[in-house]
Write a protein that binds this ligand. Structure first.
Ligand code: LAN
Length: 770
């Protein structure tokens, strides 16, 4: 039971951390001054009692819900758990006739006040972007190998995180909601041992049992094999060749890596450098011990070559194709005879490419995996004391996030721009008198600041698409533009320009910069009419035959996606409504995009989502795209089918609840409980379609109101983001932004008896027979 002392400790421990924010950059910093007042010592030489307190404070019950609620950050900004005072002017407001509308308006007021309190000074909304469990151990392994350990206080918090997410069976999943896998388990096992846990600790014993019962560490998937080689507890000959020479192949070849999806490209680039140099730590007693603990057989007797392709059944998601198996055999033979001259040239080019990526992203790199591996390459190439390596280490904190379950590694350096663009649009669909003008001014300023103004150096040499005019997912420093982030950026800006709040804003985005964004979006469109993530689709699905990752699907190609396509269509449409720039081309891009949307609708009316959970998310995007064409439930068979699909999934409490397993299996999987985020997506879709049966919408809205907490927040429920079909990722902001958006749309539509596009709304009894 939690004692009073513990909860006071909790407050103290949480106060010791401060989130420092500069232009979107987020770093949790230990407050030494505060610490000195309470204990003696420092982050690097902490008082043992303090470490004990950390363990008590960051105890987290994953059985209840493995998704933490971002309490550390949220409590630092919003202390009260109680109802805010509803002001008299709001109570007197006569805009709303029904009692549900009145309640919804108070909920919007509370929800907006609460969410506004979480905004940071620079205008964005910081939040937890954790979820995957393979990232933190990889960083800990690299920090160990490069001899750059984290401070003891951070190490303690990282231990808490990993221990909090251990499954009952002793293992760890690929992500916080996942069942145990060899990848998750071996990675955490090694990381916890590096951080000082003894092999006889309970957690370690249980984990070892899991590993041994499931065939031993030889079955860890290839990305795990890679990190274990670096740590010196697996042999490089147990890995398939990563063939650095691949980077010297002629560019026209259909399998040249420039055609890979940029995340796969940048990860395999850095991996090839480490493989080419066979980077590994020197053996010592600790490494010898680990080698004995991890395997069923004696380490020195393992047949490494045989185990190259061994993968534990619990990890396998993507089946290695016959083509890849054949190709790997060939390149493994090549490896024995590789020319030193060619190898050196390839490694030289790879290092230049790694340097270029570091420079272009200010050492943040495109994602967490290549940030970690690039750090290792740079350490190997230039040494521990080099400025380049220090610049890498300096960015490690940008990827670390502190929540009530401990210190975790984020899936990106944050989701700053994405969350701000959505929040701005959601707020502006609410009644203006509920919003503090400062909130919009600050959000606008963050969006304005984060648009990319300069082209990256050596763009073509390093296979980069144009950047100018685009918006990244996180920060300007990161700087990789993304099609749908650019689209959401444009929509947020246009919505601000069309609102009364623009009066308060001095520094406005010029028409020229909006045009640059539009140019970029047009350049991103694929031949199939759709839009991918960061680049045009550069190859066909056949390249997936070469996907070596075993645990991730659709990793090789940047395909067109319904989400990205819908976001681009709706942004182009909105721009075209207001501006005349490139109007005919924009219209034809929209028409072509619509074809993609229609072609990808499933028989049952849904669209599958690839970046959110899952059919509810995809269907929201599919519907939003079609409604820009003035299609509604009554005049469009696609929309009717899509709404009917959604309605068939509404639960008896009025809400919608979809499990992340939909993403893994490709089939709709029910969550046992309705989820506020799914409910909001479904409601937004139905309202955008002018769905005629208002009772069902009322029922959904009632569910959202019921789930709202006293202070205006909503509870953190199941995980709502996904990537590469099999790994889940947290979007903390979604539990606030989407319910607020849905409630705002509801009040706007029904209190004014207007339909979503502003014309008269049908009442149920007037609906034509459908
Ligand atoms: C993201 C985050 C943002 C996301 C959206 C913009 C929301 C989406 O609409 C398009 C895809 C994109 C850009 C996306 C792709 C995959 C990412 C980059 C991530 C989910 C964040 C982390 C993930 C990355 C691949 C994680 C590292 C793992 C590897 C397998 C390399």
């Amino acid at each position: 039971m939690q004692t009073l002392e513990t909860s006071q400790e909790q407050i103290k421990a949480e106060k010791l951390w401060q989130l420092i924010i500069i232009n979107g950059r987020q770093q949790w910093v230990f407050n030494e001054n505060e610490y000195q007042k309470l204990y003696s010592g420092s982050e690097f030489e902490p008082n043992p009692q303090f470490l004990e307190n950390i363990r008590d404070t960051f105890r987290f019950d994953k059985i209840k819900n493995p998704n933490s609620a971002d309490i550390v950050y949220r409590k630092s900004k919003h202390q009260s758990d109680n109802d805010p005072e509803i002001p008299d002017w709001l109570k007197r407001s006569s805009n709303f006739s029904s009692s549900l509308e009145k309640k919804a308006n108070s909920a919007a007021f509370k929800g907006i006040r609460y969410y506004e309190s979480l905004q940071s000074e620079d205008g964005h909304w910081p939040g937890d972007y954790g979820g995957p469990l393979f990232l933190l151990p990889a960083l800990i392994i690299v920090s160990h190998v490069t001899d750059k350990p984290f401070s003891p206080v951070k190490q303690e918090l990282m231990k808490c995180y990993m221990l909090n997410h251990q499954n009952d069976d002793g293992g760890w999943g690929l992500h916080i909601e996942g069942t145990s896998t060899m990848f998750g388990t071996v990675m955490q096992y090694c990381a916890l041992r590096i951080l000082g846990l003894d092999m006889d600790e309970d957690s370690q014993k249980k984990a070892r049992d899991w590993i041994h019962e499931n065939g031993g560490t030889t079955g860890i998937p290839s990305w795990g094999k890679f990190f274990l080689c670096v740590l010196g507890v697996y042999r490089w000959e147990g890995c398939n060749s990563l063939m650095p020479e691949m980077w010297l192949l002629p560019k026209w070849l259909p399998i040249h890596p420039w055609r890979y999806w940029c995340h796969a490209r940048m990860v395999y680039l850095a991996m090839a450098y480490c493989y080419g140099h066979r980077i590994t730590t020197s053996t010592n007693k600790f490494i010898e011990e680990l080698r004995q603990e991890l395997y069923i057989d004696d380490y020195d007797k393992i047949n490494w070559i045989k185990d190259r392709n061994e993968v534990c059944g619990k990890d396998r998601f993507h089946h290695t194709s016959g083509t890849l198996k054949w190709l790997l055999k060939a390149i493994n033979i090549y490896e024995r005879f590789a020319s030193t001259w060619l190898r050196n040239n390839a490694l030289k080019f790879i290092l230049e490419y790694v340097n270029a990526e570091d420079e272009q992203t200010k050492f943040i790199d495109i994602g967490p995996v290549n940030q970690i591996i690039n750090s290792l390459c740079i350490w190997h190439a230039y040494g521990n004391d080099s400025e380049l390596f220090k610049a890498h280490v300096d960015r490690w904190d940008d990827y670390l996030w502190l929540a009530e379950d401990g210190m975790k590694m984020s899936g990106y350096n944050g989701s700053q721009l994405w969350d701000t663009a959505f929040a701005t649009q959601a707020l502006l669909e609410n009644q203006p008198d509920l919003i503090d003008p400062e909130t919009i001014a600050k959000a606008y300023s963050y969006i304005n600041y984060s648009q990319i103004k300069d082209e990256v150096k050596d763009r073509q040499r390093f296979f980069r698409h144009q950047s100018v005019g685009g918006w990244p997912f996180s920060t300007l420093d990161h700087g990789w533009p993304i099609a749908d982030c650019t689209a959401e950026g444009i929509k947020a800006v246009l919505k601000c320009h069309g609102s009364e709040f623009i009066e308060e804003i001095d520094d406005k985005l010029s028409t020229e910069r909006l045009q640059q964004a539009i140019d970029l979006i047009i350049s991103f469109q694929n031949e199939d009419g759709g839009w991918a993530t960061y680049e045009n689709t550069r190859s066909g699905p056949f390249l997936e035959l070469l996907n070596p990752s075993e645990v991730f699907g659709k990793i090789m190609v940047d395909y067109s996606w319904v989400e990205c396509t819908s976001a681009c269509i709706t942004a182009l449409k909105e721009f075209n409504r207001i501006h005349s720039y490139r109007s005919p081309e924009i219209q034809s891009a929209i028409d072509h995009g619509m074809t993609f949307i229609r072609m990808n609708q499933n028989e049952d009316g849904s669209w599958i989502g690839s970046w959110g959970v899952c059919f509810t998310y995809g269907t929201w995007f599919g519907i939003e795209a079609l409604t820009t064409n003035d299609e509604t439930y009554t005049n469009s068979s696609s929309i009717k089918k899509a709404c009917d699909f959604l309605i068939s999934k509404q639960k008896s409490d009025g809400g919608w609840g979809e499990s992340h397993l939909s993403c893994v299996t490709g089939k709709y999987a029910n969550h046992e409980q309705s989820q506020v985020v799914n409910t909001a997506w479904a409601l937004l879709s139905l309202m955008a379609s002018n769905y005629p049966n208002k009772d069902l919408i009322d029922h959904g809205i009632k569910f959202l109101l019921k789930r709202q907490m006293k202070n205006g927040d909503w509870p953190q429920e199941g995980i709502s983001g996904v990537f590469n079909q099999n790994s889940m990722i947290t979007y903390t902001s979604y539990r606030n932004v989407f319910p607020l958006w849905a409630i705002g749309r509801y009040l706007e539509m029904y209190s004014n008896s207007l339909n979503y596009r502003g014309s008269n709304f049908f009442h149920v009894d007037e609906t034509p027979n459908i």
